[in-house]
Design a binder for this molecule. Sequence first.
Ligand code: NDP
Ligand code: GDR
Length: 374
Amino acid sequence: MAQKKALITGVTGQDGSYLAEFLLEKGYEVHGIKRRASLFNTQRVDHIYADPHVESSRFRLHYGDLSDTSNLTRLIAEIEPDEIYNLGAQSHVAVSFEAPEYTADVDAIGALRLLEAIRFLGMENKTRFYQASTSELYGLVQQVPQSETTPFHPRSPYAVAKLYAYWITVNYREAYGLYACNGILFNHESPRRGETFVTRKITRGLANISQGLEECLFMGNIDALRDWGHAKDYVRMQWMMLQQNEAEDYVIATGLQYSVREFIQWSAKELGIDLSFAGEGLDEVGVVTAVDRDMAPGLNVGDIIVRIDPRYFRPAEVETLLGDPTKAKNKLGWVPEVTAQDMCAEMVAEDLKVAKRHALLKLHGFSIPVASEG
Ligand code: NDP
Ligand code: GDR
């Protein structure tokens, strides 16, 4: 069989990097679109990058942007991919309230630009298309758990943009017979998760606190409930969705739900810290009730290491999400392999390594990056 070619938008992101690894292992030639930035932005894929002068290299990066129609059309014409994975997005919900128009351009019209390029180039019968849809579409939830048939009620400019992308994908499938499908993915995380999403903010922040690099973690709505899976499990499903006889949309989730508060407590536990919450609303705090001083040398019982900061509240919140992955399980045999608790432990372990390195640097008078907003 001829070697397949895949094009990934968002290849420098969390999912893009895992998907590129996965497809390379499957023998694909993998092309990724990266944005021009004034600093290096390929840290997540540097380990799979090979010198393009080496002929056997199967991983190529191209400059591009989802806001640039001619760039996308040219790349698709040149690469002639068998599969396009549209993972690129302004993916932060809170940021989408700050930059709604940009988010719409990239997250909504970006998907249209790719679909239209496939059609314009006459590649409807060659190129399969995956759209990174999201549980944020459900927003103000109408049904528990949420499945492929649950009505949508988006609650942010991000989710509204993704709603357009969802429907334009369905529309190109119905109108032009394109193999185009939506993966409606619930939150998925990993050590490669961006530092301003809640799980990574917690694991990184608490790892820093355990090493004396920060004093307190400032959080938004810790009552929020999420269905968290591991990104590695979820990219496998993205590929599976493009290997079927017919294009269909699937929910990808674990079917289990936890609060942000619980995730904070699991993370603390991994660092040798027992944490209790006291107080209510804006006055709620996370207090150390027991600590392993070998693991978290500077901390004492009674220390307050979590506080609420209303700056992290969103103008409209998605309070609860819980997915029903039955269709993915029954039709594709997909089941997630990593639990939320194991994923949390993996994330903490990775962030702790970095925190220890930074603590050493600090001890020797070097400056280190610490704060992360989000
Ligand atoms: P990340 O934020 O980690 O990655 C987003 C990627 O998109 C990055 O490579 C980023 O580039 C790129 N990007 C941003 N803006 C543009 C643009 N204008 N043109 C081209 N590329 C751009 O997201 P994830 O990997 O977590 O998510 C992947 C996709 O899945 C996203 O579309 C997200 O909305 C969606 N999704 C994610 C879920 C999750 O829980 N992770 C759940 C459901 C859906 P750069 O590195 O330069 O910033
Ligand atoms: P989400 O992820 O908005 O679900 O979108 P995020 O991790 O940002 O928030 C999850 C929940 O935690 C609450 N929260 C906080 N969030 C952040 N970022 N920072 C905080 O300090 C904080 N405190 C509480 C949030 O309010 C929210 O309820 C992610 C993104 O990856 C999207 O691209 C994707 O589509 C969805 O998941 C599914």
